[in-house]
Design a protein around this ligand. Structure first.
Ligand SMILES: [Zn+2]
Length: 260
């Protein structure tokens, strides 16, 4: 069993590096098929440099060619993703569900990184997520199909109306239509009953996390923050800790998360 845990962590490190590369290239409209290169001197990244985290440490966070600093976002995302993949594995074990949740949460990570950097929800990972989930529901989880489809429409609908009223009252764009799309996908994956927990959690995390980021970057408080990363993170927490959330008192206990 230990071997599988090590496998999950290694897979997470490698996939983290891959997802970050895909995010940057989608954002810049570059090809996914060329070898990674240094952003300062354009030298190809060495084989050592391609190893997640360890490559960064060996090169002391600098390009081996021009010695320019490499962003610490690389090892950070790789480590975070290792924790993510291990956490998925520790819930699903070696099941088809592992692959299913792995693909979907990596797509959510991709969406979150791009939204964080550009304030846009890119369509490619969303469409891929819709396709993967449709295949999964039709093949392995037929009974959850209706729940997912309702989630797709309620998720997108809630955000559409919140955004609509927000614009009406404040006469200012607050939540993008991308957030509606993302919440629709989350509803499709987790089922409509989980949406309340996801929105509740994302609002709290968004306010705390968003404020911290504005403080760290010394930006004014009126500045718009990307909500996609908080929605994605909340979707993961809601799925991963669905049993614990179900045991919470008060209004949350009424939410049936048993189909996860
Ligand atoms: Zn360089």
């Amino acid at each position: 069993m230990l071997a599988f845990h090590i496998f999950a962590i290694t897979l997470g490190l490698v996939l983290g590096s891959f997802i970050l590369t895909v995010a940057m290239r989608l954002q810049d409209g570059r090809s996914l098929l060329v070898r990674s290169h240094c952003e300062s001197c354009s030298a190809k990244v060495s084989i050592t440099g391609l190893i997640p985290v360890i490559g960064y440490l060996i090169q002391q966070g600098k390009c081996s060619h021009c010695r320019e600093k490499i962003s610490s976002i690389y090892p950070l995302v790789e480590l975070l993703n290792a924790a993510l993949v291990w956490s998925i594995f520790s819930k699903t074990g070696i099941e088809a569900a592992f692959l299913h949740k792995l693909i979907l949460f990596e797509l959510f990570l991709l969406i979150a990184i791009i939204d964080f950097r550009t304030h846009l929800i890119f369509p490619q990972p969303v469409v891929l997520g819709l396709l993967v989930q449709t295949f999964w529901l039709l093949t392995f989880e037929n009974p959850a199909l209706l729940n997912g489809i309702i989630g797709l429409f309620i998720g997108a609908g809630i955000f559409h109306w919140v955004s609509y009223l927000y614009v009406f009252i404040r006469k200012k764009e607050g939540l993008g239509s991308g957030d509606a799309t993302l919440l629709g996908l989350i509803g499709f994956v987790l089922g409509w009953k989980s949406l309340f927990a996801v929105i509740f959690l994302a609002s709290i995390l968004g306010i705390i996390g968003g404020t911290l980021i504005l403080l760290i970057n010394r930006q004014p408080f009126g500045k718009e923050i990307a909500f996609g990363p908080w929605l994605s993170l909340s979707a993961f927490i809601t799925w991963r800790f669905s049993e614990q959330i179900q045991e919470l008192p008060l209004w949350l206990s009424g939410i049936d998360l048993s189909h996860f």
